[in-house]
Write a protein that binds this ligand. Structure first.
Ligand code: NI
Length: 221
């Protein structure tokens, strides 16, 4: 009786091990995902603006969340090491007055941004449908299409592009061999200098440092 049970267990374990390679990602696999991405700034205010009209008034701004279509790719260099890329359709953020003379001034600016992020990933590759990984790398954020509003109307404001480090974690659930649903998260160091064309407004560093969340579907090639 005991022997029979042992044999059944051994058979089951052997079957699991034998089926593992088919489910694991392997060297040379290319994974593409698309889905809903959300950028959530972790910092809720900028530094103070230093313009002549704002100096000493502790005037700060904050950056809103933004949603867009996210696209991510991974290429497996080995069975465990992959290169990951986060791309997206542009995110659009509102920048609002937060404190000092800018408090309650509503939307001052909107901007679009693209945050391509390249990471080196470690895929734990347990050989099951669930496929977790972590990664670290570098982000470049390109800010464009700024429109001023309210108190800034009639002036222009530029946001410097940003280089920063990024960390990520994610998990794919594979089904029908090559299809998957995925959840991903990044923490990205994004800091920009907002520079007004008006010396009365001046400039300020805006620390955005967002969490980026993405839920998507994908395919392994
Ligand atoms: Ni930062």
């Amino acid at each position: 009786m005991i022997t029979l049970k042992k044999t059944a267990l051994t058979t089951a374990l052997l079957a699991m091990v034998a089926s593992a390679p088919a489910l694991a990602y392997q060297k040379g696999d290319f994974i593409a995902r698309a889905g809903w991405a959300k950028v959530v700034p972790s910092s809720d205010e900028s530094d103070t603006f230093n313009g002549s009209a704002l100096r000493g008034t502790n005037s700060k701004v904050k950056v809103s969340n933004a949603d867009s279509l996210g696209l991510t790719f991974a290429y497996m260099l080995t069975d465990n090491v992959g290169v990951g890329l986060l791309g997206a359709y542009p995110f659009k953020h509102d920048i609002k007055g937060k404190s000092g003379a800018l408090r309650g001034s509503g939307k001052l600016l909107d901007t679009k941004q693209l945050p391509p992020t390249l990471t080196l990933q470690w895929h734990f590759n347990p050989g099951y449908h669930l496929h977790p990984y972590i990664g670290a790398g570098v982000n470049y954020t390109y800010f464009f299409d700024q429109n001023t509003n309210g108190a800034l109307k009639g002036t222009s404001m530029d946001l410097n592009n940003s280089w920063g480090l990024a960390g990520e974690a994610g998990i794919d659930y594979t089904f029908w061999n090559d299809y998957l649903v995925s959840a991903q998260v990044w923490y990205i160091d994004i800091d920009t200098k907002a520079k007004s064309s008006s010396s009365a407004i001046g400039d300020a560093t805006v620390d955005i440092d967002p969490w980026v969340f993405m839920l998507g579907v994908g395919k392994k090639f």
